[in-house]
Write a protein that binds this ligand. Structure first.
Ligand code: SF4
Length: 364
């Protein structure tokens, strides 16, 4: 009989350095990391399915460096003592890459397997003809690069890491997995409480039909709308609500172009109005969504409290130059008014609840 083992997966969402070299960190961070929640959900699914064999348990720990100090030395000590495990640097964006590399370098110096994913490495491999110097430097230090989406591929990476056979690069950019029935993002309340407003997150879908030239999203996640089922989303919300989590950042880069926006809103409305779950959300949309019949009306009934709208620029020529032709500044006034004054919706709520944020937040 073999000795049962535990393979420890440490998932870290790195922060970034400020101009003077300090790691930017908050008591409560503003934007929840959906990638961290997603990778946690996928790893827990691998653990449930015992992808490393019946005698191997997988444990997973998550750290969001924007609100938590990463105990690097402690993690190294524990993984060395256990003799097995890996570190995943997840959701690494371009401005976080230098910090991610410093973390990776510390772990690699202790010979801990490190895999790095996210939009910087995925975008570079998708869009550049040659591997850029900083990613080559990561490869030279023994950091494994993961490009693309992890659904349907995490089993392989965990098995390779467990067997000490990680490849230098996993490139799944050509595989855009279906999200129907895929494991949901999840983080426990003990982690969510570190986000401002105790916001949790989920992606209801991925992909955007527009063609903005500066956008990494469409080069990594494609232009076709892939989405989760309203029932899966309702299941996530009910389970979260039982833990006390009531606010959600829906991270679709353009929720208005999720082909199932209406059934998803209908399900959220049902949760709020029939099941009496007092849930609310933040979404990201484009400047044309006010023309979609019923969109704003249902958004308000579904509990949307904040919208991030990709204005980007108010100069028409710049917008055309960036292929952001859907943004027509002469329509912004009516668009903003449509959000500000939805007829009959939220009339009893404080003004701040119907406010529209003009800032563009992108997870890319
Ligand atoms: S609308 Fe947003 S997500 Fe879509 S292509 Fe443009 S920048 Fe990218």
């Amino acid at each position: 009989m073999t000795t049962p083992k535990t393979f420890r997966v440490i998932l870290i969402k790195p922060s970034r350095y400020d101009d003077t070299g300090y790691v930017i960190q908050w008591y409560r961070s503003v934007v929840p990391s959906n990638t961290l929640a997603l990778m946690n959900g996928l790893t827990l699914d691998c653990a449930r399915r015992r992808v490393l064999g019946d005698d191997v348990t997988i444990s997973v720990e998550t750290y969001d460096e924007t609100n938590t100090i990463i105990p690097v030395a402690q993690i190294i000590g524990e993984l060395k003592k256990a003799g097995t495990g890996m570190v995943g640097l997840v959701g690494v964006q371009t401005n976080q890459f230098p910090r991610a590399m410093d973390l990776a370098t510390a772990f690699r110096a202790a010979e801990i397997p490190v895999v790095m994913g996210g939009f910087h490495v995925s975008g570079c491999l998708a869009m550049l003809p040659e591997t850029p110097a900083e990613i080559q430097d990561a490869l030279n230090k023994g950091v494994t690069i993961f490009a693309g989406e992890a659904e349907e591929h995490l089993d392989e990476v965990l098995r390779d890491a467990f067997e000490g056979k990680l490849k230098p690069v996993y490139n799944f950019l050509k595989d855009l997995p279906s999200l129907e029935g895929a494991p949901m993002p999840s983080l426990p309340y003990s982690k969510v409480r570190n986000n401002f407003g105790e916001y949790s997150s989920f992606d209801a879908g991925r992909g955007c039909p527009f063609q903005c030239s500066f956008c990494t999203i469409i080069n990594v996640q494609g232009q076709k709308s892939r989405r989760r089922s309203p029932e899966d989303i309702a299941g996530l919300i009910r389970a979260s609500y039982q833990q006390g989590i009531k606010r959600f950042f829906i991270t679709d880069d353009d929720f208005a172009r999720n082909k199932d926006w209406e059934p998803i809103f209908d399900k959220l409305i049902e949760l709020r109005e029939q099941e009496k779950l007092n849930v609310s959300s933040t979404i990201q949309v484009d400047t044309q969504c006010h023309k979609i019949p019923r969109f704003i009306e249902k958004a308000k009934r579904a509990g949307v409290r904040n919208v991030f709208i990709g204005l980007e620029n108010i100069h028409p020529e710049s917008l055309v130059g960036a292929k952001k032709r859907q943004n027509k500044i002469w329509e912004y006034r009516s668009m903003l008014q449509a959000w500000k004054e939805p007829p009959g919706i939220h009339t009893g709520l404080p003004h701040r609840y119907t406010g529209v944020h003009r800032a563009r937040y992108c997870d890319h």
